[in-house]
Design a binder for this molecule. Structure first.
Ligand code: SF4
Length: 494
């Protein structure tokens, strides 16, 4: 059913800058929109929580948040009243000008002058944040509140948690008034164009392109990309969306039409050739050289970590990776049974010591430790080594046993057309095994695992938490099982 939404807001204007068709669809066919993924939803919730936390920087404010998303008029009226009263601090202050509504995280009154503060749960101030702020500044000042300054409140990446959260050290406040003023002409032009888009009787004719993913993944991709054939140049991995647009402009819209590969890199050439010939690409000598030195006993290992925006464990920084789950398959000899062990930290406590001790015990016996893409596992183990120096020697010994099974794929010793340009464990597993082992898992990937565990800290129903922990364990176990299977297939191939 089509739902028509009226009036503009900061987020719809940002949407219109990315693509006017997206704005049109959002306002006229909202039901076609893709639902946010678990990961996206977790990012929204996290932003909301960090925003609330920043209230402590400006305490004793009055909150003008609407009771539901359709009651912003109430918020605007409440804000107006508090502004008239020169109330010292207003949270979620709402303003409207020329049919455009914006809400501001914190509006502060000092000595009769108004100061705006917008909170972002990131370390860096991006151009999109500055555009956000410029839209807010424009609407607030046009609606009659003169702003002395406008700042963006971000998280300080140098902050270290010492057991008590120091709000004033955790956040960083940066004035962006100059940057905002430079962007006001662009804001005025954006508003004019957005109003024109909404007044138009027809949806703007905009082809898919680089704008579908930048600066944000557009939530109308299922609709716009629905009929794009699977061999379209848009699905060619390893090159930027801009380069794909360049191909399309030259009249090359499918991977089969590419005949001149001179300007492409080795990875793109292999992918395109494999796609066109429907044949796997194998460099047997290299594959052989990789596998021949790897003998049983073998471990197959994966770690999952979460990244709390607000550090909760001693000596950690915002967004530090904290391991909470590992899975380990083990095979002693060619003919022995595949064994499995895993560990998941209970939600809430700092469990890093138990985690590392469990892992060290489980990997006591000799044997190489196979991992798919060692960046995460090695990074976490090195960090644990620094944080808990009493285990340094043992952790380093495990790190030195790690072998990266991603190498033969990353280095193109093997590529299968069914990978469809992806070099993820899941894509390689699907291509080599001929089925999707992960289809049994309720959690789809590591990013989702991270998002799920992060949210469990805010859940109260213990049964639901335990059910989710089980899903996470199953996902991680699948990961190391697929890794085991991939390695077995590589040996057969050589
Ligand atoms: S998917 Fe692409 S073309 Fe479609 S609305 Fe979004 S940005 Fe525009």
């Amino acid at each position: 059913m089509s739902t028509k939404k009226s009036s503009l807001s900061k987020s719809t204007l940002i949407r219109s800058i990315q693509c006017s068709k997206s704005l049109y669809l959002y306002k006229n066919n909202y039901s076609l929109r893709d639902k946010p993924s678990t990961t996206q939803q977790q990012k929204f919730d996290r932003g909301h929580r960090v925003g609330k936390l920043a209230h402590q920087l400006f305490p004793n404010g009055k909150d003008c948040s609407p009771p539901n998303p359709f009651s912003y008029d109430e918020s605007i009226a409440a804000t107006k009243l508090l502004v008239q009263q020169q109330f010292p601090v207003i949270y979620e202050a709402a303003f409207k000008y020329n049919g455009i509504m914006v809400a501001l995280d914190i509006l502060e009154n000092k000595n009769g002058k108004w100061y705006a503060h917008e909170v972002k749960s990131s370390f860096r101030i991006t151009n999109t944040y500055l555009l956000d702020a410029a839209i807010q500044y424009y609407i607030i000042t046009k609606s009659g509140v003169q702003l002395e300054d406008f700042s963006i409140v971000t998280i300080d990446n140098e902050y270290v948690f010492n057991g008590t959260l120091e709000i004033s050290s955790y956040f960083k406040i940066t004035s962006v008034l100059t940057e905002i003023q430079e962007r006001i002409p662009f804001v005025e032009k954006t508003i004019e164009e957005a109003i024109a888009t909404l007044s138009a009787k027809q949806m703007p004719e905009i082809a898919i392109g680089a704008h579908c993913t930048k600066p944000y993944p557009c939530d109308f991709q299922s609709y716009c990309w629905a009929n794009i054939p699977k061999d379209a140049i848009w699905y060619l991995p390893g090159i930027s969306m801009q380069e794909k647009s360049n191909f399309v402009e030259k009249g090359i819209s499918t991977i089969h039409q590419i005949d001149n590969m001179e300007e492409l890199n080795a990875r793109q050439k292999v992918i395109i050739k494999s796609f066109q010939t429907k044949q796997a690409h194998i460099v047997k000598e290299k594959l052989n050289a990789f596998t021949e030195g790897i003998h049983h006993p073998l471990y197959y290992f994966d770690i999952e970590a979460f990244q709390p925006a607000v550090p909760i464990f001693l000596n950690t920084k915002p967004y530090d990776r904290i391991p909470f789950l590992y899975s380990l398959h083990y095979k002693e000899s060619e003919n022995s049974e595949l064994q499995h062990i895993s560990y998941i930290s209970p939600v809430g406590n700092d469990d890093r010591i138990n985690f590392i001790e469990h892992f060290l015990n489980a990997t006591q016996k000799e044997g190489k430790i196979l991992v798919f893409n060692t960046l995460m596992e090695k990074g976490i183990l090195f960090k644990m080594m620094n944080d808990f120096p009493q285990y340094k020697k043992q952790i380093l010994e495990r790190i030195n046993r790690i072998i990266d099974v991603e190498i033969p794929f990353k280095e193109l010793y093997y590529y299968h057309p069914a990978q469809q340009g992806s070099f993820s464990l899941k894509a390689i597993g699907n291509a080599l095994l001929g089925f999707d082992e992960f289809s049994k898992s309720a959690v789809k990937d590591g990013e989702e695992a991270m998002a799920v565990y992060n949210e469990l800290f805010y859940w109260e129903n213990k049964d639901e938490v335990n059910a989710k922990l089980q899903h996470l364990k199953t996902y991680c176990q699948t990961d190391t099982f697929v890794l085991y299977e991939i390695f077995e297939r590589l040996k057969i191939l050589v």
